[in-house]
Design a protein around this ligand. Structure first.
Ligand SMILES: Nc1ncnc2c1ncn2[C@@H]1O[C@H](COP(=O)(O)OP(=O)(O)OP(=O)(O)O)[C@@H](O)[C@H]1O
Length: 454
């Protein structure tokens, strides 16, 4: 099947998407393929389903069916070495599928962040040109665009893309030498080599690589000796058709005090920029991040975070981690209100309107039962009381009308009215109901700082 697929798509696509796929066997007449996350799952459904079915047809299948299943995370860069190991195996049709251990990190990859791969890079209108150029370079290093110059503001994925090219080449050509260096490190190493009389070693090291990735090249501005050295490194690599990728916060023509001969070299290949991601891309990045950390965060919470943090992806990821840490430390479920509170230093909490779903989730968590049960048709007291509490709090904390609340619970507005009256009567008399209302009200209005921050 893979042979068929490979003949029909580019090598880059094949390596990006198909190399990590696992065969999980046949289930109910459908071939199940394991993919790394729900983003990949959607991508496969959209772009490769027909191709895969054709591949099966070419092998004689009459009515080919293919489905995709998200594999448990294997090696996630966001998890630290001390995190517990991923779940042991996926069980499909009764048979355990062994977990595939990642290949040992090759020496030439040690300076590359394992998370920064093409697969983990969300493509949107803001970065699709840079992404396409990086893929082209990864496929034909030294031939497509040399150098590739990627520029953009802080935290928008320049380093990620550079490393992705590095991983891609390292996987396909393990013998190739790859060097990733920040301009600052390059400068410091040069200074040390001059001090220690080791400039020959320094030169040999950088001039003998197959792929040189240099981050933040704008910092060569005003450093004459570094520019001189880099000029010779550049020439040596370029003449030998070795690939160079440079990142910067601005295009070459805007780097002040950059020697003309270097500037013109930076412009020889392709210059491409990365812009700030728009809302949908930000949500997709957050979703992917949450999945990598094996945390299920409701869509509306991801959207709230994506609306608040708009320009820097590193900050966007930081905001998600903050919300996750906050919810887990305070042992409360994810909700827009909790996210707003966790991020209250970034924006003011009153900007966030409490939604019916938020209230329901908080009530469900308080009573330790699934939200659907509270919203369902059960009539036992254990369910009726939380339902009435939820309706009471929704009326108090949101702008929704009785009919709207009724609709949310699949009931009539008079039932909601009855629930609200009932809870009002019990306040101050029934200890459990009084406590539930007090605790939940505080939590959602964000006034119990002491409790949440303790
Ligand atoms: N399109 C994307 N999809 C998924 N994650 C992304 C994307 N773009 C950026 N990131 C993530 O955002 C964070 C910041 O990205 P990166 O370090 O590559 O930014 P940068 O542009 O090199 O920033 P700086 O200018 O500070 O060096 C990283 O964790 C990276 O994985």
């Amino acid at each position: 099947m893979l042979g068929y697929v490979r003949k029909n798509i580019s090598e880059v696509e094949y390596h990006t998407w198909f190399a990590p796929v696992k065969n999980l066997g046949v289930q109910d007449g459908s071939l199940v393929l394991g993919v790394r996350n729900s983003f990949a799952q959607e991508w496969f459904r959209k772009h490769y389903l027909e191709l895969l079915e054709d591949a099966l047809r070419s092998l004689g299948a009459q009515n080919p069916q293919v489905s995709f299943q998200v594999l448990p995370a294997q090696q996630d860069a966001l998890l630290s070495a001390t995190d517990p190991p991923p779940p042991p195996a996926v069980v499909t049709a009764g048979k355990p599928v062994p977990v595939i251990h990642p290949a040992p990190t090759a020496d030439n990859r040690k300076s590359l962040n394992p998370k920064y791969t093409f697969e983990n890079f969300v493509v949107g209108p803001n970065n699709n040109l840079a992404h396409a150029a990086a893929l082209a370079v990864a496929e034909s290093p030294g031939k497509a665009y040399n150098p590739l110059f990627i520029y953009g503001d802080v935290g928008l994925g320049k380093t990620h893309l550079m490393h992705a090219v590095g991983h891609y080449i390292a996987e396909r050509f393990p013998e190739k030498r790859i060097e990733y260096v920040s301009t600052e490190t390059f400068t410091n190493e040069l200074i040390n080599s001059i001090r220690d009389d080791k400039t020959t070693q320094f030169r040999n090291r950088y001039r003998s690589v197959d792929l040189l990735l240099v981050d933040d090249i704008q910092f060569v501005a005003g450093k004459e000796r570094t520019q001189e050295e880099f000029f010779h490194t550049f020439n040596a690599l370029y003449e030998n058709h070795k690939q160079i990728i440079l990142s910067s916060d601005r295009p070459p023509k805007e780097i002040q005090t950059l020697e003309g001969r270097l500037r013109s070299r930076f412009e020889w290949g392709l210059i491409t920029d990365i812009q700030s991601p728009e809302f949908e891309t930000r949500v997709a990045i957050l979703k992917m991040n949450a999945e990598h950390n094996r945390i299920s965060v409701p869509q509306e919470v991801l959207e709230l975070i994506a609306r608040q943090v708009t320009s820097n992806i590193r900050e966007l990821e930081g905001a998600l981690m903050r919300v996750v840490a906050f919810a887990s430390l305070n042992n409360v479920p994810f909700s827009r209100a909790v996210a707003a509170k966790a991020l209250s230093n970034i924006f003011t909490p009153q900007e966030v309107k409490v939604e019916m779903m938020d209230v329901l989730r908080q009530v469900a968590s308080h009573y330790n039962m699934p939200p659907e049960v509270i919203r369902g048709s059960g009539r036992v007291r254990e369910v009726v009381v939380p339902r009435q509490v939820a309706q009471y709090l929704i009326r108090e904390l949101t702008d929704h009308s009785l009919p709207e609340i009724g609709q949310f619970f699949g009931r009539d507005h008079s039932t909601v009215m009855h629930a609200i009256n009932k809870v009002s009567e019990q306040m101050g008399k029934d200890a459990d109901v009084t406590e539930a209302i007090t605790v939940l009200r505080k939590r959602m209005q964000g006034t119990d700082d002491d409790e949440l921050e303790a």
